[in-house]
Design a protein around this ligand. Structure first.
Ligand code: AMP
Ligand code: GLY
Length: 431
């Protein structure tokens, strides 16, 4: 479609990456809804509505007044609030699932039961509980470690793993604390990877594999975060994921899309599969109903096809692999976060950008006051380096991240050969 007007919902690093990718085509006009002004998005948007992303009553008239042709929904909260259903009713199609289809992310019990009903591979042993006593009995009688997950959305920080964060008593206590509405899952051991795909309800087109880093500090220690950074390789694969593992993961995603369609809730949007590559192959940790943050920044920085064009094919329901091309380059994304993040982040601290060379800069949770950037309480800025090799991409991202001065830190080890070797060694050990 020529001259497409696109509404981007969300104001974080992921949404800045979405905006940048859309703006590569100067015929695409961008309109933005975000709770707080993201300087990177604001700079390229035709118009901005500063509003909570779940306030659909305010977003609908804005979208209609701007005459947008389509919307891209960045975060999960508006999906759960039913923004896609409401926009669609107003004649605006979205890259994002309806509220019912978003349950793949927003309701972990639904996700596991769907996989089970359709005999989809990669589903760990699990038990859904709605009562703390039932959870206690299951935890105490289960032979092995479990992951304790709240059934609903938690912003990525709600999982407690036995043997990692809690013991048996701690798991029982945590299940009680959150009211007993939990999914208890077999603890999976292996290496995690992310497979994201564009989905038009029927057809699925995969994006390059990415690995995120959840832990706050170098060497994968410290508290869990929203993700400190991520990398992808020039062949779009990862060395600890064999072609067979990749095919398994892709088939799991395809079968999940087919299952959603068969149940009358076709899935349209970006499907995010987080996998644990285990001794028995890939298992699903979770599905998300959107791009990952930071994983969006890796893949969208490589997108060569016209993003609005892809959205058009998704709306038409005729998406094919030939519509989606990614550069054969490696990427490294490094997030700068406030000192003290995630437990006691130092907000309102000034930041100065240095010379960030060839890196792409994505603004996240940051505030511009009289021309100076200030930290808030979440991830601040991300830099993405792109290169022919991982080494090249890492050097670009690292040099850019180190050039920022202020009360922020980042993980220097993301994308280094040492960390890649560690991942491969771990995979060989468990095999
Ligand atoms: P989530 O909030 O579901 O993304 O989970 C956060 C993190 O918890 C994941 O990145 C995994 O590292 C870990 N996790 C979740 N489920 C499991 C599981 N069944 N076994 C092992 N680790 C898990
Ligand atoms: N990077 C994990 C997420 O977006 O949920």
């Amino acid at each position: 479609m020529m001259d497409m007007k696109v509404l981007v919902v969300g104001g974080g690093g992921r949404e800045h990456a979405i905006t940048r990718a859309l703006s590569c085509n100067s015929d695409t006009k961008i309109f933005s809804v975000m709770a707080r002004k993201n300087p990177g998005i604001a700079r390229v948007a035709e118009r901005v509505l500063l509003e909570k992303e779940t306030n659909i009553e305010k977003i609908l008239p804005f979208a209609t007044n701007c005459g947008v042709d389509a919307a891209v929904i960045g975060p999960e909260a508006p999906l759960e609030a039913g923004i896609v259903d409401r926009l669609e009713a107003a004649g605006i199609p979205s890259l994002g699932p309806t509220r019912a289809a978003a349950r793949i992310e927003t309701d972990k019990a639904f996700c596991r039961r769907l996989m089970e009903r359709h005999g989809i591979a990669g589903c760990p042993e699990y038990r859904v509980c709605h009562d703390p006593e039932e959870a206690r009995r299951f935890i105490e009688s289960y032979d092995g470690d479990l992951a304790v997950k709240p059934i609903g959305l938690t912003g990525g920080k709600g999982v407690r793993i036995m043997g990692e964060h809690v013991d048996v008593a701690g798991a029982v206590e945590y299940a009680r604390e959150i009211g007993g509405n939990v999914v208890l899952e077999e603890r999976l051991v292996g290496e995690e990877f992310t497979l994201q795909a564009f989905v038009d309800g029927e057809h699925l087109v995969p994006m390059p594999l990415v690995q995120d880093h959840k832990r706050a500090y170098e060497g994968d220690v410290g508290p869990n975060t929203g993700g400190m950074g991520s990398y992808s390789l020039e062949d779009h694969m990862l060395p600890f994921v064999s072609h067979r593992d990749y095919d398994t993961a892709l088939r799991i995603m395809e079968e999940t899309v087919a299952a959603m369609r068969a149940e009358g809730t076709p899935y349209r949007g970006v499907l995010y599969g987080q996998f644990m590559n285990t001794r028995e192959g890939p298992k699903v940790i979770e599905f998300n109903a959107r791009f990952g943050d930071p994983e969006a920044m890796n893949v969208l920085s490589l997108l060569e096809s016209d993003f609005a064009g892809i959205i058009g094919h998704i709306i038409e329901g005729d998406l094919a692999a030939s519509h989606v091309r990614f550069a054969n380059k490696a990427t490294v994304c490094k997030y700068l976060v406030p000192e003290g993040y995630p437990e006691a982040p130092r907000a309102n601290e000034p930041l100065t950008l240095g010379d960030y060379g060839d890196a792409l800069l994505y603004y996240a949770s940051v505030e511009e006051q009289n021309g100076t950037l200030h930290t808030l309480t979440s991830r601040t800025l991300a830099f993405v380096g792109r290169g022919e090799t991982l080494e090249e991409a890492e050097a670009i991202a690292e040099q850019a991240a180190s050039s920022v001065s202020g009360s922020v830190f980042h993980r220097r080890d993301i994308g280094t050969p040492e960390i890649l070797e560690k991942r491969c060694r771990h995979m060989r050990e468990i095999a």
